[in-house]
Ligand binder design. Structure first.
Ligand SMILES: Cc1cc2nc3c(=O)[nH]c(=O)nc-3n(C[C@H](O)[C@H](O)[C@H](O)COP(=O)(O)OP(=O)(O)OC[C@H]3O[C@@H](n4cnc5c(N)ncnc54)[C@H](O)[C@@H]3O)c2cc1C
Length: 311
């Protein structure tokens, strides 16, 4: 019979959860990593991770994450392809309810990351997956030589626009603000692509098309002009929401839904840690998420050794 008792259960297998799994298993703790819907998380769909140590030319998330998983498995971590649906404290340990039954753990590390925000405009729900996407490297190649739009003005939007410029005939970045907030390196790279255009002060009001996206209706905020643009794809990067709804009041969250922690990734509840972008104040980079995972695993090991929770 399977033993469902673990030292450490990790909810999430993005780079934060994978790194926490690796270090926890290396510390000799019986560790289970629950992957949720996507082993690799957001990185899985990123073709070129910028700024990750050790890879000066970038690396694809779908190459990096399986390597870290293999490393974690070699160290003894067990993986389960299921989601955590709730947590409850019970006699100094955690009861972890998953899609495949209940586990018990001395420590839980929440590394469930974020979900891309929707625009919440007419046509969006109907056309999601039918031209409306949050993943340029997944859906960009299907739109080769077509015109596509990108909504947003931050790092993610520009990085994905640069990926799309390799496939699409034309990429139009639609940004509601007057200036792009993305880092200078991305703004400078826009100039290398003649098929890439930026329209600021532009709001997307409606997605058009019955069964597939055929275009969008935009409004210019300066003078209210409405324009219909013909587009075969629209990629939306207008922010991220921490994946914490499933915690359902187990602990207090910040106003954005993130989990407040101290420097050791400890939440306010004994034995409950958070790592990566699900955490309040995360800087949102892959390297910082991996660092959070490592810190949580080391702090969890100490907690399991001395039982103390000094926040
Ligand atoms: C378009 C885009 C481009 C980016 N480019 C870069 C870049 O170039 N360089 C860089 O450093 N950063 C980049 N980032 C940021 C980077 O992707 C994140 O910082 C990093 O992926 C966060 O990792 P994470 O493990 O915290 O969360 P995530 O990657 O969000 O992973 C969350 C994990 O939790 C799982 N999960 C969710 N709910 C549950 C549940 N209930 N139970 C169990 N598991 C669950 C998911 O399946 C997933 O495995 C980019 C982000 C985006 C959106």
């Amino acid at each position: 019979m399977t033993d469902h008792n673990y030292d450490v259960v990790i909810a999430g297998a993005g780079i934060a959860g994978l790194t926490a799994g690796l270090l926890s298993a290396r510390a000799g703790r019986r560790t289970r990593v629950l992957t949720g819907p996507a082993l690799g998380g957001h990185l899985l769909s990123i073709e070129h991770i910028d700024g990750y140590p050790g890879f000066p030319d970038g690396i694809a998330g779908y190459d990096l994450c399986p390597i870290v998983q293999e490393q974690a498995v070699a160290a003894g971590a067990e993986f389960g392809a299921t989601s955590v649906t709730s947590l409850a404290a019970h006699e100094g340990r955690w009861r972890v309810t998953t899609g495949e039954g209940e586990l018990r753990a001395g420590v839980v590390v929440v590394a469930t990351g974020t979900t891309s925000k929707a625009l919440g405009i007419p046509g969006e729900a109907r056309l999601r997956g039918k031209g409306v996407s949050h993943c340029a490297s997944c859906d960009g190649p299907l739109l080769r030589s077509r015109a596509v739009g990108v909504v947003g003005g931050g790092d993610s939007a520009l990085q994905e626009a640069l990926t799309l410029a390799r496939f699409a005939s034309r990429v139009i970045v639609l940004h509601r603000g007057t200036t792009l907030s993305a880092q200078a390196a991305y703004r400078e790279r826009l100039r290398d692509h003649q098929n890439l255009e930026v329209r600021t002060s532009t709001v997307v009001e409606e997605m058009l098309g019955d069964t597939v996206l055929t275009g969008v209706r935009t409004r210019t905020t300066t003078d209210g002009t409405e324009t219909d643009l013909e587009l075969a794809g629209l990629f939306v990067y207008v922010g991220l929401t921490p994946d914490t709804a499933w915690l359902n009041g187990t602990l207090d969250l910040d106003s954005s839904g993130g989990i407040p922690t101290d420097d050791a990734m400890r939440s306010r509840l004994p034995g409950l840690f958070a790592a990566g972008t699900v955490r309040s104040g995360s800087v949102g980079r892959a390297a910082s998420a991996a660092g959070d995972g490592a810190t949580a695993a080391v702090a969890a090991d100490r907690y399991l050794s001395d039982g103390a929770w000094r926040v």
